[in-house]
Design a protein around this ligand. Structure first.
Ligand SMILES: [Zn+2]
Length: 413
């Protein structure tokens, strides 16, 4: 069976299974006039209705679940910072599939059974900690499951167990890297690989962590609704993220109109699972922004690639009518020598006008007088709106052990 045929078969299975097992999906597909028996090739995807995070919340907790509750062996949930929690359910085979995908991620990052993998993402309802652990155990590496926080404990295990791989949010990765430097511990660490996920991070951050820790950094992709982290990762060439197209399909659509976009054009990632039992996804809108990359990767992988995420449809802010994405600001920071990677976008209104303040860190305790002006100019050129820049000494802005908040919009409605 070719990859294409395999995906067509998986699509037919998914739509039929969702229709039979979930009243929510049955109603959705009936309303869209879709007969599951007639969905059997990838081009049929475009006739299917989208599903959204709102629908997942509205049908909380088990609306998307398509198996009887007794077949569910695990639930996870996202932190639910906005609105109701997002719940994910798993059968035994779903966990098996997730573990296998995660093992593949480690392989792409060059991790071997000889490695010692320190897992710092949280355990419990969150998908990350346990996902990182299962994949590393499947690979045969030694897992050091320290969980989040507690810098002293992290360094104790990094040094005593000679961990070679560090798994974390990029925020925590940066915190560890800066602390290692501050405490003068770098020479005592055996780290060689960092695997970072659960928030978007850029090339500036990659360079900074490589410089401070001497590690090769990988960007792992995932979302709670789609198993969790581990559904894609970049390879040693770092030319975009390979995703596991034998488990799910990616389409890129225009976030405004929903129209499917051709290769190379940036839009919203939409995922459809091919063999997920407990909670199949049909054209699920992730709100993540990326694009499909054309052609093969030099690594020779058969798995296609998307570009690293450029943002989320909901992290864009409009300033004086201009769309501003945090990723654009990060790219500008990374392109000017002498600047750090941390920043805050602060917005408020003054006399009916938007004020855009960009607070950034210099890379050293002193900096050239014109550094702030150069940053403001380049943001104006690349993003389209000029910020008021405030520069601070290194490590002035707050660091987080999970996800760092960088946009503060205080403009009211
Ligand atoms: Zn590759």
């Amino acid at each position: 069976m070719s990859r294409e045929e395999g995906a067509g078969w998986g699509l037919n299975w998914t739509v039929t299974h969702a229709y039979r097992g979930s009243p929510f999906y049955r109603r959705l597909l009936d309303e869209a006039g879709v007969d599951p028996a007639r969905v059997h090739a990838l081009e049929d995807l475009r006739r299917l209705p989208f599903t959204t995070k709102e629908q997942l919340r509205e049908t909380y907790p088990l609306g998307f679940t398509a198996v009887p509750p007794e077949r569910i062996v695990r639930v996870h949930a996202s932190s639910g910072t906005t609105g109701r929690r997002i719940v994910a359910t798993y059968t035994r085979r779903d966990l098996e599939d997730w573990t296998e995908m995660f093992r593949r991620c480690y392989e792409y990052a060059g991790v071997t059974p000889e490695d010692r993998v320190q897992v710092t993402p949280g355990y419990g309802l969150w998908t990350a900690g346990i996902g990182f652990q299962l994949g590393a155990e499947r690979l045969g590496a030694m897992v050091v499951p320290t969980g989040p926080g507690n810098l002293d404990l992290q360094f104790e295990f990094l040094i005593d167990f000679r961990s070679t791989v560090f798994c974390a949010t990029s925020s925590f990765g940066l915190l560890i890297a800066e602390e290692a430097e501050r405490r003068g511990l770098r020479e005592r660490l055996a780290l060689r690989v960092g695997i970072f996920g659960s928030e978007r991070w850029g090339e500036g951050m990659r360079g900074r962590m490589r410089e401070l820790l001497g590690i090769d950094c990988y960007d792992i992709y995932g979302l709670t609704e789609l198993y969790g982290p581990g559904t894609g990762i970049d390879c040693r060439h770092h030319l975009g993220i390979h995703y596991w197209d034998d488990y799910y399909v990616i389409e890129i659509v225009d976030p405004e109109t929903g129209r499917a976009l051709p290769e190379g054009e940036e839009g919203e990632i939409v995922v459809t699972t091919l063999r997920k039992e407990a909670m199949p996804l049909i054209r699920y809108r992730t709100r993540d922004l990326s694009r499909l990359l054309p052609g093969p990767c030099p690594c020779g992988s058969p798995h296609p690639r998307i570009a690293r995420l450029t943002g989320r449809t909901d992290d864009m802010v409009k300033v004086r009518g201009v769309q501003v994405y945090p990723a654009q600001v990060e790219a500008v920071l990374a392109s000017i020598p002498g600047l750090g990677t941390e920043y805050q976008i602060r917005l408020h209104r003054e006399g009916g006008r938007d004020v855009f303040r960009l607070v950034a860190e210099a890379a050293a305790a002193t900096w050239p007088e014109d550094l702030g002006r150069r940053l403001a100019d380049l943001v104006r050129d690349r993003v389209g709106v000029r910020p008021e820049v405030e520069l601070l000494p290194p490590r002035s802005l707050p660091r987080s052990e999970r996800k760092t908040r960088r946009v503060f919009d205080e403009r009211g409605d």
